[in-house]
Design a protein around this ligand. Sequence first.
Ligand code: ATP
Ligand code: MG
Length: 280
Amino acid sequence: MSATDASGKASLEEQLEFVKQQLDHAQKMSALGELVSTTTHEFNNVLMTIINYAKMGLRHKDEATRDKALQKIFSAGERAAKITNAVLGMARNRNDSFDATNLQQIISESLVLLEREMSKYRISVQTQFDNVPPVYAIGNQIQQVLLNLLINARQAMPEGGSVLIRVTLDQADQMVALSIRDTGNGIPPEKLRQIFEPFYSTKSGADETGKGGTGIGLSACRNIIENHNGRIRVESSLGQGTQFTIKLPVVTNSQPALPTPTNKTPADSPTLPKEPFSHA
Ligand SMILES: Nc1ncnc2c1ncn2[C@@H]1O[C@H](COP(=O)(O)OP(=O)(O)OP(=O)(O)O)[C@@H](O)[C@H]1O
Ligand SMILES: [Mg+2]
């Protein structure tokens, strides 16, 4: 179908595509904004701990108090290093290209950033990682999906609860499955289809951490996973909880040649041509 009509006006399809792109961009920006504010907040918490225990150590001269203060400063310093690492992990992926991607690493880095927020809302997070091969994915986009799903899970458990993140290999279709299960309020069966539509939201607006309520999180997740030739599905039971599962293709020889995942530098990363890749 031609993109413009005889008068040179953009076709409806073209306008729709444009709006869709704007929407994806808006979600990306809002996800980035949330990430920046979460990271800054977390870092500030760590700094406060360091400053307060340094003050305590300076005030009290006895060895026991000083040892305790130094120990606290040491662990806060370690946490600060983890946060910096997680942010650097994102920066390493910033070229936004398909690459051999280690899901476990992206999950661990995302959890560092959400650790305090989860414990503030009394949510325990467990992970179960099988030994799986890397997937063919754009790391930053998968992290965006992961953060959307984890924040949704947190928001579904206002009284606290637990989240289980599992990574397994689906041998039959050579895909890695990543599931996020919460013990939250669940989704009514008749709404299960709607949740992936843009602007569908049951939240009255952003919560006290500034997150949620636009209704574009899951539609962005679906677009991203579809662009990866992956799958996303949801199972839920009211009052019991919800599980989202995403499946992503394992790196294979039919994809553009990739350097060994362990010893490559970001500059080596190949970029995928615009059309979707074929999955054997
Ligand atoms: N884990 C979950 N448990 C229960 N309901 C959920 C869960 N995840 C999503 N939902 C429902 O799906 C709706 C759409 O989710 P989506 O992430 O697209 O938008 P949102 O969270 O409301 O806003 P935002 O665009 O800011 O993320 C939510 O408003 C909520 O009703
Ligand atoms: Mg959301």
